[in-house]
Write a protein that binds this ligand. Structure first.
Ligand SMILES: *Cc1c(COP(=O)(O)O)cnc(C)c1O
Length: 408
């Protein structure tokens, strides 16, 4: 194993020999794209005119006043097309796939958010697209499956193992190994073997770059605290990366505390995990003694993942980023509060970052500034939130809907 793509002892490229040429090709294509002015220009152009960048940095005046402490700003990534930050690295990777002459994109998805972003760029760039998804997840996430199919993607049910995300990863990898010449594996976060964590972080770093400019203009200085939720870590690395060298800015990552501290009740890798090598990279994982991934839980699908990006593991070890966890209930409370006082419905993932800001803001002086990365908007969470708030009329609507469905 060559010592490449490491962040301290984390990261690397632990994959079967037959995948090496493809990862080397991806790495060299990416390295040349980084220096290619036309590539960078086209990427920026797509972010501006397709995705809708720059996203605003919104002062949450009512929330700030209510909490009575630090000023809270929201970097509203939910205003991107498809409703979250994910589209940014999907656009970047689709451009690289085109450069490599690939005809097809492969992805795996749990709740469907990454599948949806991948299907979106496949439609935009004219790729064939196969999205692997566990049978259990397909049942629970029919609306996203429907949308992916409308976008022209083939959603392939995975019927072995637990029929969820980790089985979908295995099925997608098998496809990739068999079709590596024609297909690009589009990974959805700052995880996986090198060069994915570096490449995805670089694409997402636009979030931190914009935030720097925006807050300088609004406040004349950098924030005191930046908070982001951490699933794989792409939205967090995106907003953190350009601030790592600004030592006065505190960076806080928020993991899913779920419903308790026992195995299967949360997804807090830095609280309950240990170092291992899984899915091609070395990092913190929630795993048993044999390195089998444990069951995880979070009310937010995007944070419900057993591993974390290797660069975040390194930043945690070197204490540049502090990690905290927020429970399902705290995230729901934050979701509710933001909707009521600011008119912004956040994704449940982003509500975790927001919940931590709500905790600390009252204790900070009024001239302090907190920026929360609002990684997505909450429309996608409609069904989960209606259930969590025990909305009886929503349940009646679901039961009644078939009547309407048959009418035309
Ligand atoms: C997928 C997702 C996340 C988690 O992924 P990261 O790679 O950790 O950013 C967070 N927020 C939203 C809205 C998502 O869709």
């Amino acid at each position: 194993m060559r010592k490449i793509g490491h962040f301290g002892k984390f990261g690397g490229r632990y994959v079967p020999e037959m995948l090496m040429p493809a990862l080397e090709e991806l790495e060299s294509t990416y390295e040349s794209a980084k220096k290619d002015k036309d590539f960078q220009k086209e990427f920026k152009e797509l972010l501006r005119n397709f995705s809708g960048r720059p996203t605003p940095l919104t002062y949450a005046a009512n929330l700030t006043e209510k909490l009575g402490g630090a000023k809270i700003y929201l970097k509203n990534e939910g205003l991107n097309i498809t409703g979250a930050h994910k589209i940014t690295h999907c656009i970047g990777q689709a451009m690289l796939a085109k450069k490599m002459g690939k005809k097809r994109l492969i992805a795996e998805t749990g709740a469907g958010q990454h599948g949806l972003a991948t299907a979106t760029v496949a439609a935009k760039f004219g790729f064939e697209c196969s999205v692997y998804m566990g049978e259990e997840d397909i049942k629970r996430q029919r609306p996203n499956v429907f949308l992916m199919e409308r976008l022209g993607a083939k959603v392939i049910p995975v019927s072995f193992g637990s029929k969820t995300l980790k089985d979908a990863v295995n099925a997608a990898l098998k496809d990739y190994i068999e079709n590596v010449k024609t297909s690009h594996y589009l990974l959805g976060s700052v995880v996986g073997p090198h060069p994915y964590p570096t490449m995805t972080r670089d694409f997402q770093s636009i979030v931190g770059k914009e935030t720097k400019k925006q807050i300088k203009k609004l406040e004349g200085k950098y924030p005191d605290v930046i908070i982001a939720c951490v699933g794989g870590g792409s939205n967090a690395m995106g907003i953190f990366y350009d601030f790592i060298k600004e030592k006065e800015v505190n960076l806080i990552g928020v993991e899913a505390g779920g419903v308790g501290d026992k195995i299967g009740e949360h997804s807090a890798r830095f609280k309950g995990g240990s170092i291992g090598v899984v899915e091609g990279f070395k990092s913190y994982f929630l795993q048993d003694k044999d390195g089998q991934l444990q069951k995880t839980h979070s009310i937010s699908a995007g944070l419900d993942y057993a591993g974390v990006g290797p660069e975040l593991a390194y930043l945690q070890e070197t204490k540049r980023v502090q990690f905290q966890s927020i429970t399902d209930q705290e995230a729901l409370n934050a979701f509710d509060l933001l909707a009521r006082v600011e008119g912004i419905i956040p994704a449940l993932e982003s509500a975790h970052a927001l919940a931590f800001a709500i905790k600390i803001a009252p204790r900070l002086e009024k001239q302090k500034i907190i920026v929360v990365n609002l990684s997505g908007r909450g429309d996608k969470d409609l069904f989960i939130v209606a259930k969590a708030f025990k909305d009886k009329t929503f349940k009646e609507f679901l039961l009644d809907y078939t009547k309407f469905y048959e009418q035309y």
